[in-house]
Design a protein around this ligand. Structure first.
Ligand SMILES: Cc1cc2nc3c(=O)[nH]c(=O)nc-3n(C[C@H](O)[C@H](O)[C@H](O)COP(=O)(O)O)c2cc1C
Length: 199
C-alpha cells in the first residue's frame, strides 16, 4: 500500500505538465518510493460515462489501482477553472461508488470515504498568478480536489500548489518551478511515509 498513484491530465508530452510529471516520478524514485501512473490521454481512455456498467479493461485496471495505493499526486492544467474534461471523465468512471466512497446504510446523506491513501498532492499550472486564481476566480481547483473529491473519498490531507502564469514564464522560471515541485514531492513522500515496498 505504499505506492503513489500519479494521475496526469494533459494531452501533450511536450507540455510543462509533462515536465512536472517527469519531475514527480524522479523525486519519488530518489526518495525511495514507488509509483503507478494513470495517464488517460496517453492510455486512450474513453472518458464518457454511459449508464451501462462499463466492462472497459482500462477502467477496471484504474479502479483496481485506486484501491491499492498509499497516496495520490494529481498533475493537470487549469482549464476554465476546472480539470481538463478528460480528467473529469476519469473521475466519473474511476472514482466509483463502493470504490472511492459509499453511502452507509442508515448513515444519512453523507458519503463515507473508501480510498486507501491518506494524503494527496495536487500540482496545477495556469496562466493566472496564484493570488489572482484564488481571489478573483474563487480557487475552484482547490475546492474541487479538497472538498468535492478527496475529502468525501476519505483522503484527509490535500496539499496543492499552482505554478503560473506559464504563458509568459522564462526557461529559468520554469526550471525554478520544477525544482520547487521536486522538493514538494520529496517532502510529500517523506512526510506520509510512502517509502519502501507494499506492506
Ligand atoms: C481549454 C483551455 C482553457 C484554459 N483555461 C484557463 C483558465 O481558466 N485560467 C487560466 O489561468 N489558464 C487557462 N488556460 C491556460 C492553461 O492553464 C495553460 O496553458 C497551462 O496551464 C500551461 O501549461 P502547459 O504548458 O503544460 O499546457 C486554459 C488553456 C486551455 C487550452
Amino acid at each position: 500500500m505504499n505506492h503513489i498513484l500519479i494521475i496526469v491530465g494533459h494531452p501533450s508530452p511536450d507540455s510543462f505538465n509533462a515536465a512536472l510529471t517527469q519531475t514527480a516520478k524522479a523525486a519519488i524514485s530518489d526518495a525511495g518510493g514507488q509509483y503507478l501512473v494513470h495517464d488517460p490521454y496517453q492510455d486512450g481512455f474513453d472518458p464518457v460515462l454511459s449508464f451501462r456498467k462499463s466492462s472497459d479493461p482500462l477502467t477496471k485496471r484504474y479502479t483496481r489501482d485506486l484501491k491499492e495505493v498509499g497516496g495520490y499526486i494529481v498533475i493537470h492544467p487549469d482549464w476554465w477553472g476546472q480539470p481538463p474534461a478528460m480528467l473529469k471523465g476519469y473521475l466519473d468512471l474511476v472514482f466509483q461508488d463502493n470504490v472511492a466512497y459509499h453511502y452507509p446504510e442508515g448513515g444519512g446523506r453523507s458519503p463515507e470515504g473508501l480510498l486507501s491513501g491518506t494524503a494527496a498532492l495536487v500540482l496545477n499550472t495556469s496562466n493566472t498568478a496564484p493570488e489572482e486564481e484564488r481571489d478573483r476566480f474563487g480557487g475552484t481547483l482547490e475546492h474541487i480536489w479538497r472538498d468535492c473529491v478527496f475529502g468525501p473519498c476519505g483522503v484527509g490531507s490535500v496539499q496543492r500548489r499552482v505554478f503560473g502564469p506559464v504563458a509568459d514564464s522564462t526557461e529559468e522560471g520554469r526550471t525554478q518551478w520544477l525544482g520547487e515541485a521536486r522538493e514538494l514531492v520529496a517532502d510529500y513522500v517523506a512526510r506520509n511515509h510512502l517509502v519502501g515496498t507494499v506492506s
